[in-house]
Design a protein around this ligand. Structure first.
Ligand SMILES: Cc1cc2nc3c(=O)[nH]c(=O)nc-3n(C[C@H](O)[C@H](O)[C@H](O)COP(=O)(O)OP(=O)(O)OC[C@H]3O[C@@H](n4cnc5c(N)ncnc54)[C@H](O)[C@@H]3O)c2cc1C
Ligand code: FES
Length: 273
């Protein structure tokens, strides 16, 4: 039974959270829906430090949330995430957070929002997409560009089916296949030109994905006339404490964990190797 409660005075104590549901997204990605019993809701794009006792701890973005649950979409890549993938519904994950800054959804009101997401970069921005799915009238226009390596790497297929019906969504695969006939193939950068740039001053762009994808996609938007301060990116860096104490994530005087992970491209450009 889970009986540990959140201690607002000690941000380093992980709190157990019960797994309510598990969705297998791909061979290496699973979405875990957890019963939320930490103080306060996360905001769009924030992360938790997720751990298992005696195994390890890692930062994981909130891939969606409601008032009493959060989704974490976790890629099986190393020590901790391998163990998490063997958990079942009813098991427990330990969380501290939420940490970091977040996507300023309110500031997009009346804007033409474009989101470009590559691979598992879709996870931290999924809650933003679902927010505007429910509140599309708040935007002047919404366009979505998503890129995955192959058809087997598609995440959130059940969401994508809904999104495609409600707003312009371009989904491209690096490598096409018979099941993807007549659909976009190639890199996301090949499809930036299909964005409606008729009202450039009103466009805000969010880009999430691997650093190389962020860099080349942002450069395409800049070349199309979008100012770097109107491009927002989310950065991933090796972290430890997640709260600005250990210095693991520090670049120059910037702590990615607490000054970010969300930055304008104007500021983040120099962090991208
Ligand atoms: C803000 C933020 C949000 C994130 N959100 C998500 C998310 O939503 N979903 C998700 O799946 N992941 C997310 N990550 C990435 C996740 O935290 C890492 O993949 C984490 O390392 C996984 O922990 P692990 O113990 O399973 O893997 P590790 O054992 O840490 O291994 C991860 C990978 O890094 C390599 N590695 C291990 N140690 C080192 C080292 N010292 N130097 C170089 N390479 C090394 C390993 O070989 C392996 O390829 C996020 C990271 C950040 C910073
Ligand atoms: S992870 Fe410790 S300072 Fe950022």
């Amino acid at each position: 039974m889970i009986n540990q409660t959140y201690d607002a005075n000690n941000i380093f104590i992980p709190v157990p959270h019960k797994i309510m549901d598990i969705i297998t997204e791909t061979e290496i990605d699973k979405t875990y829906r957890l019963n939320l019993n930490v103080a306060g809701l996360p905001s769009y794009g924030q992360f938790y430090e997720v751990s298992l006792p005696k195994i390890g701890e890692a930062p994981i973005s909130v891939s969606d949330f409601e008032k009493d649950w959060i989704d974490l979409t976790i890629r099986k890549i190393g020590t901790l995430t391998n163990c998490i993938h063997s958990l079942k519904i009813g098991d427990v994950l330990y969380l501290r957070g939420p940490y970091g800054n977040f996507f300023p959804v309110d500031s997009f009101a009346g804007k033409h929002l474009v989101i470009a997401a590559g691979g598992c970069g879709l996870a931290p921005v999924r809650s933003v997409i679902n927010y505007f799915y429910r509140n599309l009238e708040k935007l002047a226009k919404f366009e979505l560009l998503m890129g995955f390596k192959t058809i087997n790497d598609l995440l959130f297929k059940y969401d994508i089916d809904r999104w495609e019906k409600k707003f312009k969504s371009i989904i491209t695969l690096d490598h096409g296949c018979d099941l993807w006939a007549d659909r976009p193939v190639g890199l996301i950068t090949d499809y930036v030109g299909q964005v409606d740039f008729s009202d450039k001053e009103n466009i805000c762009v969010i880009i999430v994905g691997p650093p190389v994808m962020i860099k080349f996609t942002a450069d395409k938007f800049v070349a199309a006339g979008i100012k770097k301060e109107n491009i927002i990116v989310s950065m991933e860096r090796r972290m430890s404490c997640g709260v600005g104490k250990c210095g693991h994530c520090k670049i120059d005087s910037t702590y990615i964990c607490c000054d970010g992970p969300v930055f304008t491209y104007e500021r983040a450009e120099r962090f991208i190797d």
